[in-house]
Write a protein that binds this ligand. Structure first.
Ligand SMILES: [Fe+2]
Ligand SMILES: [Fe+2]
Length: 288
């Protein structure tokens, strides 16, 4: 389907960072798929369940942005779009390998991926601007989770190093490209009331749909692990993500910022995390 007619082609990319595609492999150890984070099945499988969404989701993002590629005239944004597509393709590839380990252990996880794939195939039938609106909403979600992960070392403290590096790399690149799809949206949709309402509605829908798949999927994975009634495991999970380490409560404010009319992803300037990229790459080279 061709993108609908656009009237705002003057907006410029507002992002201070140009992302870079990096072809990196992680060779995750299969034997730690269920307990790689601090030996906790609940913590590890939460992030594994999140990983189910990436290969199919990121392919959807790439397609949504690509539809508008020929309408981008700003050379900086053109470059950023190319790098965005390259980064998401690499994430998809590495998370596919990651997920193969999960699917071998938890067949329900593969069913979840098939379900998400079928759902996104239906979403693809919607007008291109709605697909882009879903993409920028989920990119914001990914960006604030990446920020939370990079901002609190305790989240990956004591994690198996291959898994920790993969998550750190993904979080860093999500930070690097967090505004690319948004800048494409700004360019083609502008800043009018209709664009604002459509962007906000996209976030509400994306949030409801994402969590209504994510939570049952996570519980199915935990059930397969035989840990559904493991209260000690649950207590540790809540301590490490809600209370002692307040990862989820910390997402609320940046999440709500999205609904500000003048919001832009780089309003939340966390560029300083990107200084970690060389360190993470150095660790990868040393481990190879
Ligand atoms: Fe990604
Ligand atoms: Fe992304």
């Amino acid at each position: 389907m061709k993108p609908s007619k656009v009237t705002h082609l003057t907006a410029k990319a507002q992002s201070p960072v140009l992302p870079t595609r990096r072809d990196i492999r992680f060779d995750l150890p299969a034997e730690h798929i269920a307990d790689w984070n601090k030996g906790s099945v609940h913590l590890s499988q939460f992030m594994n369940t999140l990983s189910i969404f990436f290969p199919v989701g990121e392919r959807f993002f790439i397609d949504a942005v690509r539809q508008y590629r020929d309408q981008i005239t700003d050379p900086e944004l053109q470059k950023a779009v190319t790098a965005f597509i390259g980064q998401e393709a690499m994430h998809g590839r590495e998370h596919e390998e990651y997920n193969a380990l999960l699917f071998a252990r938890v067949p329900e996880a593969a069913q979840v991926e098939r379900f998400v794939f079928a759902l996104l195939e239906n979403v693809k039938k919607l007008p291109p601007r709605m697909r882009l609106s879903a993409t920028i909403a989920l990119e914001h979600f990914t960006a604030i989770m990446a920020d939370g992960l990079l901002g609190d070392e305790r989240l990956l403290d004591g994690a198996e190093p291959h898994f920790a590096r993969l998550w750190r790399w993904h979080a860093l690149e999500e930070t690097e490209h967090k505004a690319v799809a948004f800048d494409v949206w700004d360019t083609v949709m502008g800043r009018g009331t209709a664009a604002y309402l459509e962007r906000s509605a996209g976030m509400v829908l994306a949030t409801v749909i994402f969590w209504s798949i994510m939570i049952p999927a996570y519980l199915a994975v935990i059930r397969r692990e035989g840990k559904l009634t493991d209260l000690k495991g649950w207590r540790y999970f809540f301590q490490q993500s809600f209370t002692k380490v307040p990862f989820f409560p910390g997402l609320l404010r940046p999440y709500l910022d999205y609904f500000r009319r003048d919001f832009h992803p780089w309003d939340h300037d966390n560029r300083h995390f990107l200084e970690q990229i060389d360190g993470t790459l150095g660790e990868l080279r040393a481990a190879a």
